[in-house]
Design a protein around this ligand. Structure first.
Ligand SMILES: [Zn+2]
Length: 201
């Protein structure tokens, strides 16, 4: 099978809002006994600190996705530093957790072989690893969520990386994804993948 002997980590970007989608996603993860990682925006954590706390309290990893989703590759070193520092601080204030990873918006400046030097420097100062993803669900694309056409595309991405044994799957905190997450988890398990806790890697 596609996922025999292979593992996946589920990750969700752009939270913690919208809150109804977040609550729905957290409930599905709890029911399936899955720990995931959430790359949150500082501006949304400032607005919804309780939602950020809810993510951490449920045992998920909470990580840095910039303050307001700007392109960090194009930003000056000074602005990258302010952006990531402010985001680290607001997450720590809300949850008591200090993020260890940053996923730059759009993956800009974060892909291996194309790492932005200023982003790398600031990430090093803040003890953040720069991460991207292995499987792009494109859950934001119309129709939003993880419907059949998205599943076919995801299956194809797995097939094209035959030697890889651990995959980070990127999704977003949004209604369509929340709706389709239970069936997506079933699909991953039907394919034979083990869904692992990102903190145990
Ligand atoms: Zn994003």
């Amino acid at each position: 099978m596609l996922g025999d002997g292979k593992s996946v980590v589920l990750s969700f970007d752009d939270g913690p809002a919208p809150l109804s989608a977040l609550e729905n996603i957290l409930a599905t993860l709890r029911l399936n006994e899955i720990k995931a990682e959430f790359y949150v925006l500082g501006s949304e954590v400032e607005q919804y600190p309780d939602a950020a706390r809810m993510i951490a309290r449920e045992g998920h990893a909470i990580q840095n996705h910039s303050w307001s989703h700007s392109d960090l590759e194009r930003a000056t070193a000074r602005n990258v530093r302010l952006d990531l520092e402010d985001t680290q601080a607001v997450i720590a204030d809300a949850t008591g957790v200090i993020p260890t990873k940053v996923r730059p918006p759009y993956g800009a400046g974060g892909f291996r072989g194309h790492i932005d030097p200023e982003l790398a420097e600031v990430a090093r100062e803040l003890s953040l690893s720069i991460v991207t993803w292995d499987i792009d669900t494109e859950d934001w694309g119309t129709p939003q969520g993880l419907g059949p056409e998205k599943i076919a595309n995801i299956e194809n991405q797995f097939t094209q990386q035959p030697r890889k044994t651990l995959f980070n799957i990127i999704m977003h905190v949004q209604r369509g994804t929340a709706r389709d997450l239970p069936s997506f988890i079933d699909q991953l398990r039907d394919w034979g993948f083990t869904i692992v806790d990102p903190e145990n890697l």
